[in-house]
Design a protein around this ligand. Structure first.
Ligand SMILES: N[C@@H](CCC[C@H](N)C(=O)O)C(=O)O
Length: 282
């Protein structure tokens, strides 16, 4: 199986053509490919381009636990770069269909940077989803291991739980992230961000990703956290999101459409041995 490996601010994805799969990708195959010790090591798998009747290209996004994600910001930027490297797109905007909706993208700076119009966020409990009566999920309290967290929930195609804190740390994300990801409040599980508002143009987040765990950066998390900061009146519409892996620039329109720009780096390409794909020991 041929692959191309990229990272977006330390968030690693492999891009594989749909032609490499005879059938629906098996969970075991995806887990083996992404595994950090037994495989190629990545935070997710991008399968594409597919033909699409509504966009220029179709994309499927898988987490390392083999669950399918509706959207991924870094995954989309990486996919755009892979399309650009393959000569399938140039400098003009184009569209991509994901399970979480169609996005518009443009490759900038000879592939080193990509802009994606990620779509409109919703804070509605029905859309995200979050259990309970229909409402906008803003500044609610979530008790985890005896500690109350103030969170707001949001979807940009995939679900996010943004927790306000004065000091976001890796330890905080790793300790509470897995418990919040699988909290019964979130029927589809959730991505989790611990967010500190630095000033009206800057936020800082630590991330726990659904199906992937602790990551150095996340594009959809950046969109979600920035949208919450804007919605709560804590930030202006142009926000720089600082993460351990680097920075993403977010612009939010009045009707909460979110545009994201950030870097992408090509790492390597190669072939995964069939022996790796069929391992059964984890
Ligand atoms: N790394 C991603 C998010 C990937 C999907 C996520 N784990 C989910 O299950 O929703 C990003 O950059 O957005």
């Amino acid at each position: 199986m041929n692959f191309r490996k990229y990272h977006a601010l330390g968030n690693v994805y492999l891009v594989v053509s749909p032609d490499e799969f005879l059938d629906e990708p098996a969970a075991l195959t995806i887990k083996n490919i992404c595994h950090k010790h037994y495989g190629v090591a990545s935070d997710g798998l991008l399968i594409g381009p597919f033909e699409s009747s509504v966009a220029d290209f179709g994309l499927r996004i898988f987490n390392p636990d083999a669950s399918e994600a509706e959207k991924s910001g870094n995954g989309l930027r990486i996919f755009c770069r892979a399309l650009w490297d393959a000569g399938l797109v140039k400098d003009k905007p184009f569209s991509i269909e994901t399970k979480g909706g169609v996005v518009k993208a443009q490759v900038l700076e000879a592939g080193r940077r990509v802009n994606v119009e990620m779509g409109k966020v919703s804070f509605s409990s029905r859309d995200i989803p979050v259990w309970g009566e229909p409402r906008e999920v803003l500044l609610e309290s979530l008790n985890v291991m005896g500690l109350d967290h103030i969170y707001s929930a949001v979807t940009i195609g995939n679900p996010h739980c943004v927790i306000l804190t004065d000091s976001p740390t890796e330890t905080l994300a790793k300790e509470f992230g897995p418990l919040i990801e699988t909290h019964p409040n979130f029927p589809n599980r959730t991505n989790v961000q611990f967010m500190q508002v630095i000033d009206r143009q800057h936020i800082c987040i630590e991330i726990w990703e659904r199906g992937a765990g602790y990551t150095l950066a996340s594009g959809s998390s950046s969109c979600a956290a920035a949208a919450v900061a804007y919605k709560l009146g804590l930030c202006d519409a142009n926000i720089k999101v600082i993460m351990p892996g680097g920075q993403i620039d977010i612009d939010i329109s009045e009707d909460f459409r979110v545009s994201m720009s950030g870097g992408v780096t090509r790492v390597c390409h190669g072939e995964i041995d069939p022996e790796c794909l069929s391992q059964v020991f984890h």
